[in-house]
Design a protein around this ligand. Sequence first.
Ligand SMILES: Cc1cc2nc3c(=O)[nH]c(=O)nc-3n(C[C@H](O)[C@H](O)[C@H](O)COP(=O)(O)O)c2cc1C
Length: 255
Amino acid sequence: MADVAICFFSATGNGFYIAKEMKKYIQGDLLYIPKIIGKDLSEYKKIIIITPIYLFAIPNIVKRFINSIPKLSNDTKVYIVINYAGLVGNASYYIKSFCAKKGVNICAVYKVAMPLTYTLFAEELQLVVKRLIKTSPKRVKKVADKINANQQMKIRSNCFAFLSKLHDKTEWKWGSFAKEKFQVAASCDLCGYCKKICPAENIEIKGGKVHFKEQCISCLACYHRCPQKSINCGHKTIGRKRYVNPNVNLDEMYI
Ligand SMILES: Cc1cc2nc3c(=O)[nH]c(=O)nc-3n(C[C@H](O)[C@H](O)[C@H](O)COP(=O)(O)O)c2cc1C
C-alpha cells in the first residue's frame, strides 16, 4: 500500500485521465470511488479526491464517499481536485463545508479544466475539446507539484454561492433523471454494457428491455458510452457525437 490514495470518480474518462497523470508525479494507489465507499483509508498519509463538478457542486456518489470516510488522523492531508468544464460557481467552498461537516478537513482545492460532458443540449466545439485535451497534462502537473509541496490554501465563499445552492435544491430530482429523460432506441442489442458501467447500479435489463431505476446520479456514462449510441435524451441527441476522453481506456478504470 502506498502512502497516498488517489481517489477519483469519472463517468467519461476526464477524471480518470487526471488521476492517471497525477500518478506519474505522486506515488499513490489509484482508487475508483464507487468501489471504495465505506473503506477504511486511515492508513494513508495523504488523500487526493478527484471529482467532476455537477451543477456547481459534486456528484452524489462523491458525497456518499466523503460521508463514508471513517475518522482520519489530524495528520492526514486531504486535497480536492475539481474536474470541471468552465463554471464552478462556489464549488470549492461548498466542498470544503461539506467535508468539514463530516470531520474531513481539506488542505486545498485545485481546479483542472476538461471538456464538457453535459452535452444533452449542445455539443462543445471540437476545437475547444481538442485544445483542452492537448493542454491538460500541463495543468495536472502544476496541481501535482502543489500537492507534492503540501501547499495549504484559504478557501473562501464567493458571490456565486447561489449557483451551488441550486444543486442542493434540485438534488431530490436527480435519482429519476435517466428514468424520466432517457429513451432507448430500437438499435439497442441488450449487450448490457450500460448496466456494467453504471456507477450507481441504476440500470437493469429485464423482459428484453433496459430499465432505469431511481438512483441515477446523472453522470451520463450510459449516454456517452453505449456502443450503439442507443440511449438518447429526446430527438435532439439522436446522431449527436458522444464524448469519452480519448487518452484513457475506460475499462481499466474498474481494475
Ligand atoms: C450532470 C452534469 C452536470 C455538470 N455540471 C457542470 C457544472 O456545473 N460546471 C462545470 O464546469 N461542468 C459541469 N459538468 C461537466 C463535467 O464536470 C466535466 O465535463 C467533467 O470533466 C466530467 O468528468 P468525467 O469525464 O470524469 O466524468 C457537468 C457534467 C454533468 C454530467
